[in-house]
Design a protein around this ligand. Structure first.
Ligand SMILES: Nc1ncnc2c1ncn2[C@@H]1O[C@H](COP(=O)(O)OP(=O)(O)OP(=O)(O)O)[C@@H](O)[C@H]1O
Length: 645
């Protein structure tokens, strides 16, 4: 009797399953009807004819380059037990946890003689929500239009191929990132035409993912103590994570890689090597300059990709939160996205809560863009570095990885013998980089004046705003807090920073329609694809660029100046913050006037600058207890009139 031939399942290496892009019908596939471009996606026809290339289509066009790169890492499954206790040279152990795409098991490698982690990813996603119907149909359309498939293909089969493509990209990424102790190192991958899963083997991180939630703010988690055995505190542990992640991101930067999903659950702790490592590169992209792909439109596609919302909402940078309310792209430096997410992660460690968390995803985005953190500035070096420089809403002023690396002088061994000898040139380079116009210079002087005063009043205060930064050497965050003395220039916020200009009058964001895989040439439709990250109850999102318009308010210098102090605007912000934390009505639903009325119960000392016509009369009418601010306003007017501060 003739044995029925075994079904071949597409693999990472297409040559293992000849014509793997053809239709492979399996028993469960037959349950889902084939999707044919003509019958089910007629509404897409017109846009398909105008499809523009995207970052992902360029990756697909360069699949041969990707396959060449990953081939040495992909091994055939040669031996596996039915009960899945072993696979090739690996003896499988306990489960380490599950993510959206698969689950991870501890395993022992008899060839390496060590414990490893194996991520097992089902080729056909177990979670059908992972890919939207639109995405799947468009992908089938694309393959058809490029002649990669000739017959109809079921949705299940398409999803499987898409999933395998996603795995290839992740493996490609990690295969390029194997030279840093701060990135979870790929060992190899296992696959075969008979395997329903792809097995990705990497270094084992024995302390698991970074934990931050604790019952009480001051609690020290056992995991933290194992990573920082001596003098472990919230602050020392956070410094350790800051230092390791800075090194990790610096490495990614050197390789042109933007992670796009930095968050605690993607940071794994290795208590043997004693380091925190970055993991999960499923969302990452590389800059075109560092990819060996050829495409005339690559730079443009990269820019468009950078402006898609990808990642986990609570960790997404403000420049990505405009949600289709603007025609322009807000993200120009993708590496700053990771800096922001690192800032959010460190904030979680320090404060035992997320800095921006809304009733729903859009509320969260609104808060990320609008809610100020200025009240969290407290003069502590580490805290203020995170609040003022990593969580700077204006990406152009947010600290870059190079500057962060310069100020995070890692271990005593790396420190120069005489910190004061550090080149002043370096110090000047770590200032916010925007060019200094006269107004900016004025504010610089003003802040300087204020901070000097403050420093005299309170010598213990390591304030970021200290003026005489010229002579201040950078500081080692490892030093005792009393000895800390960051270069104040590094920590100084600029007048353009969010603390100064966050506008409460912005309208609630609008979301247009979505399309992920393609953009038609008329504009961009988008797909919002929400995934549930089970472990952290953080929602992961992928979304493409957006097209409608935004009403960005430009703050006048006088507004900014008034906001410097405990001004009405700031009072309003405070009560606005409280309102947020009470978890009551979303402010995005209210007009600016309503917000003002509802959230500002305190009597106003100074009118909002927007209503002021005659500043001189305004100054003369101000209360005595506001003299200092009035002095500032006077100085400003003097500057405006005479060009002098
Ligand atoms: N190399 C590793 N060493 C130790 N534990 C690991 C390793 N990789 C993953 N884990 C554990 O397995 C769990 C699941 O990992 P996985 O990468 O699938 O989750 P994830 O990061 O949430 O993925 P995704 O974001 O794609 O859903 C993690 O929470 C982590 O604790």
């Amino acid at each position: 009797m003739e044995m029925p031939s075994r079904q071949l399942i597409p693999t990472l290496m297409p040559e293992w399953t000849p014509s793997s892009h053809q239709s492979y019908k399996t028993a469960d596939d037959s349950a889902s009807p084939p999707i044919t471009p003509t019958s089910q996606v007629s509404s897409f026809d017109s846009s398909l004819s105008q499809m523009k290339p995207t970052y992902s289509t360029i990756i697909e066009e360069n699949i041969d380059t990707i396959l060449d790169r990953i081939r040495p890492f992909v091994k055939k499954i040669t031996a596996s037990e039915q009960n899945k206790k072993t696979i090739n040279q690996y003896t499988l152990g306990a489960s380490a946890g599950s993510g959206q795409f698969g689950h991870v098991r501890k395993a022992y490698s008899s060839t390496l003689n060590k414990v490893v982690a194996i991520k097992i990813i089902l080729k056909k996603p177990w979670n059908a929500q992972q890919y939207s119907m639109n995405q799947v149909m468009r992908q089938i359309q694309l393959w058809k239009s490029k002649g990669k498939i000739t017959k109809n293909m079921s949705g299940n089969e398409a999803m499987r191929l898409m999933n395998i493509g996603k795995c290839r990209w992740e493996i490609y990424a990690v295969s390029r990132l194997r030279d840093s102790v701060h990135v979870v190192r790929l060992i190899e991958c296992l696959d075969s035409p008979f395997s329903e899963s792809i097995w990705i083997v990497s270094d084992w991180c024995n302390l698991g993912e970074l934990q931050w939630k604790r019952d009480n703010y001051g609690d020290i988690l056992p995991q933290w103590q194992r990573l920082v055995p001596f003098k472990c505190s919230v602050s020392t542990f956070s410094k350790k994570i800051l230092r390791d992640m800075t090194k990790g991101l610096q490495y990614l930067h050197s390789q042109g890689c933007i992670h796009r999903d930095i968050k605690p659950s993607n940071i794994l702790l290795d208590g043997i090597e004693n380091v925190a490592k970055i993991s999960d590169f499923g969302c990452c992209i590389f800059t075109p300059q560092l990819l060996p792909f050829k495409s005339a439109n690559f730079e443009e596609c990269f820019q468009r990709e950078l402006n898609k919302i990808v990642g986990t909402p609570a960790f997404i940078a403000p420049e990505l939160c405009h949600l289709g309310n603007s025609k322009r792209d807000f993200v120009t430096d993708g590496f700053k996205l990771d800096i922001w997410s690192l800032g959010v992660t460190l904030y979680c460690l320090l404060y035992n809560e997320l800095p921006f968390s809304g009733d729903n995803e859009f509320d969260t985005y609104h808060k990320i863009m609008e809610a100020p953190l200025s009240l969290k500035v407290n003069g502590s070096t580490l805290n203020d570095l995170i609040i003022k420089r990593l969580l700077e809403k204006d990406a152009t002023l947010r600290i870059g990885i190079q500057d962060l690396t310069k100020i995070i002088l890692p271990d005593p061994m790396d420190q120069p013998e005489h910190p004061k000898d550090i080149d002043q040139d370096i110090l000047s380079k770590i200032k916010p980089t925007r060019s200094e116009g006269p107004v900016r210079r004025f504010f610089g002087k003003l802040i300087t004046k204020k901070s000097k005063k403050k420093t005299l009043e309170n010598v213990k205060d390591n304030s970021f705003g200290s003026a005489n930064s010229k002579a201040t050497a950078p500081v080692y965050i490892d030093a005792d807090s009393q000895e800390e003395a960051f270069s104040s220039t590094v920590l100084r916020s600029s007048p353009n920073s969010s603390d100064y200009c966050s506008s409460l009058e912005e309208e609630a964001v609008q979301v247009t329609d979505f399309l992920n895989t393609f953009c038609d040439s008329k504009g961009s439709a988008n797909i919002l694809h929400v995934k549930n990250d089970k472990r952290n109850t953080e929602m992961k999102v992928e979304k493409s660029d957006s097209s409608s318009h935004s009403s960005f308010k430009v703050p006048t210098p006088i507004k900014a100046l008034i906001r410097l102090k405990n001004s009405p605007v700031e009072n309003r912000n405070k009560s606005y913050d409280n309102r947020f934390s009470d978890g009551l009505t979303s402010p995005s639903k209210k007009s600016a006037k309503e917000k003002h009325r509802v959230y500002n119960p305190e009597p106003k000392k100074l009118a909002h600058s927007g209503n002021i016509i005659n500043f001189k009369a305004y100054i003369n009418s101000a209360d005595k207890d506001r003299q200092e601010m009035v002095e500032d306003v006077r100085t400003y007017l003097n500057f405006a009139d005479n060009g002098q501060a």
